[in-house]
Design a protein around this ligand. Sequence first.
Ligand SMILES: *Cc1c(COP(=O)(O)O)cnc(C)c1O
Length: 349
Amino acid sequence: MNQTSAASPFIDVRSDTVTRPCDQMRAAMHTAEVGDDVYSDDPTVNALQSLAAEQLGQEAALFMPSGTQSNLVAFLAHCQRGDEYIVGGEAHTYKYEGGGAAVLGGIQPQTVPFGHNGELPLDLVEAVIKPDDFHFARTKLLSLENTQHGRVQSMEYMQSARAFAEEKNLILHLDGARMVNAAVALDVPLRNIGSLFHSVSLCLSKGLGAPMGSILAGNTEFIQSAKRWRKVTGGGLRQAGVVAAAGIYALEHCHEWIPTDHEHAKLLASLCQDIPGVSVRHDWIQTNMVWLDFDGDHQLALPAYTKERGVLMSVGRNAGRVIVHRNISEDDVAVVAQVIRDYFEKRQF
Ligand SMILES: *Cc1c(COP(=O)(O)O)cnc(C)c1O
């Protein structure tokens, strides 16, 4: 399950984006039939798009180079210049995508703070919807994130968001970069989540283990428009079947390892829970991310310490994030916990 044809010398828990294609995935890439996808001639890309649409409960899907481009193209296809989208203040589509919707689409973001569980509280969303008046941007779209920092949005919440969107005449988009993790945690098929939204974006390149790519899905008319915007933003693809084959392998096989990743996150949390100076955000550990809060600032010293011992970690001022994935074994989890413990136990508080 963890086999890779090119192993890294590090235990890398900075992100699940570091996953490397396994030998079976590389074999599928090696034998992929290809064509020019700008002419819709690549049979492997077409097969990936059909499979993804079917799995996501949508009419059609488009293979995108990245998740950032997938969200951007969704907004460009749904909105006009002078429209706005409502989004979480810490959401990826707002904070971590270079302001693309505003920069390239003239689409203004209106942020709302995430609730304690990663939901966007619908009463707060309602309060920022602008009346139809030429003083204001036109509120057009509501963008949710699932998982949000590893936290799962419930079926009930997503259903109520859809009903709310219908009532307010808003388009509902899901940044579902890690929605497979959400589906596994909720124990529902992907389509139960996907079909609640007008459009969804999913990353193949994170916990699913593909080297690159995302899927954007929605109805046929939306995907036709998205295909135009993908070309406009420089994302038209040629013999992309080589990487689409990895995406097909990822969608067909990820259920074999994602549940293990979630168990590994819980195991890591339990191994870290009595480390002095560290508190584990237990209620956030729902999928493959473990959030740790630290007494004091360890932003520079902790990752330097762990790196010398073979562990790559992502650390902010007072908190760290460990993301487990298919290239992290149970033994690796024990090593990560021990290295963090050693660092904090050697310090005086
Ligand atoms: C990773 C990620 C994306 C897309 O990122 P890319 O690196 O452009 O593929 C979008 N949303 C969330 C929540 C993500 O974690």
